[in-house]
Design a protein around this ligand. Sequence first.
Ligand SMILES: Cc1cc2nc3c(=O)[nH]c(=O)nc-3n(C[C@H](O)[C@H](O)[C@H](O)COP(=O)(O)OP(=O)(O)OC[C@H]3O[C@@H](n4cnc5c(N)ncnc54)[C@H](O)[C@@H]3O)c2cc1C
Length: 473
Amino acid sequence: MAETIYDVAIIGGGPGGYTAAIRAAEYGLKAALIESTAKLGGTCLHVGCIPTKALLFNAEIWDHVNHAAEYGIGGIGTPALDWAAVLNRKNAVIAKHVKGLEFLMKKHKIATVPGYGRLTGPAHDGVHSVEITGAAGEISQIKAKNVVVATGSEAKMLPGLAPGERILTNIEILSLPLPPKSLIVIGAGAVGMEFSSIFRSFGAEVTIVEFLPRVVPVEDEEISKELTRLFKKRGIDVNTGAKVEMVEQTETGVKVSWTDANGRPQAKEAEKVLVAVGRAPRTGDVGLEKTKVELDRGFVNVNEAQETAEPGVFAIGDIVAGLPQLAHVGAMSGMVAAAKIAGRKFRPIRRDRIPGCTYTEPQIGSVGLTETQAKEKGYEVKMGKFPFAGNSKATILGSHDGFVKIVADAKYGEILGVHIIGPQATELIAEAVAVLELEGTVEEMMFTIHAHPTLAESLLDAYGAVEGMAINA
Ligand SMILES: Cc1cc2nc3c(=O)[nH]c(=O)nc-3n(C[C@H](O)[C@H](O)[C@H](O)COP(=O)(O)OP(=O)(O)OC[C@H]3O[C@@H](n4cnc5c(N)ncnc54)[C@H](O)[C@@H]3O)c2cc1C
């Protein structure tokens, strides 16, 4: 029988890879999806976006239950946490979506190939060979006209440390037998802040140690400031400008020593430490060195169609240089690559139109330029800010902290950035993404009707605030 030559072989079954495979099949291409672990879904589904958001939802319910009396609900007594049930629910959510992905692969007639994939070099007569190493070490090959590399990333460790029972990455911390009584989190990006939020809700004493001068450093400065304030209000010890000097295991836990922002030595002991200092691209062992693919500190350089320097080889998701490591970026880069391979129209990813969400309590949702970035780009900027304290739905929810901040161009009124911290910020940001995509102006949005009473009305007030004309503040 003639050997199958796929239109595209995708290495890695995370949100980048499986989205590329589905979209390729929707375009009528013959696609193969290679995954080295037993299940599709990648970091996002198994040890990233989905389990963390499941636990954050449990934490939110727990927080509400503990304040049930404020909402007129009595008879609850002292709520008890069934941690095993919490973990079971998280695992059930994951399992449901693994099944969903398996169904989608069948539906789209995508060949799922178990095993570890490596490129063998450039294409011969327009056909690439990908070597597959199976679970038992057996070697096979598949052939494809195009290859999409979507191998994702893994947690970076501090030098000399290895993850274990007390020193944790995003993987170990998701299966702890019990919530820790105390936790030190090294790194205050989205991952570190989300785990801090979860375990603080479940009663842990949480200490954050961040090297940079502020938490969530990619966000607008005012957002970082507000999150720090609100985390401190929740009893979280936030240390920024802090350089970790040593992490040592003790008899009862882990001791972290650091130099604080004033150059003074500090130390704290906790039951567990989470290292959340960024994620390294998995590009070291995929055969890229046998091709012309260019790397920049391990990340793959691509053009606006996600093509690498090697003809017929694409890169998407967390391994791409210059893009934030987010599941929706992985998925969209997969859709762009699939469109290019199919010879269809696509819109390249625009760095300044990618929403960033942090699902802490309170949440953050942002898109576009921060105030500083807009000024650095030479815009004359106008700002509008509206606090959730003036929003009636926020009052109903009992969630008044935070604000919406609009960054606009003073000359034409174009909205350049929207930064939200507060209730449902990660849902509210969708409107702002559409506004930026459609190059909306402050005037257009000031006359766009927002339903009442909704949290989204805080956006309407914030657009008005750019012209000094918020209604509710
Ligand atoms: C704790 C945490 C929370 C997060 N929360 C969010 C969030 O809320 N929202 C968000 O947008 N992003 C979030 N992220 C980031 C998100 O998980 C990643 O951006 C996303 O998973 C990247 O997708 P990917 O397809 O590039 O790679 P991955 O999801 O890492 O998938 C890569 C896949 O490739 C497989 N693989 C690797 N090498 C090979 C090989 N040679 N052969 C075959 N298979 C291989 C791996 O087993 C894996 O299944 C979070 C990350 C973490 C760690």
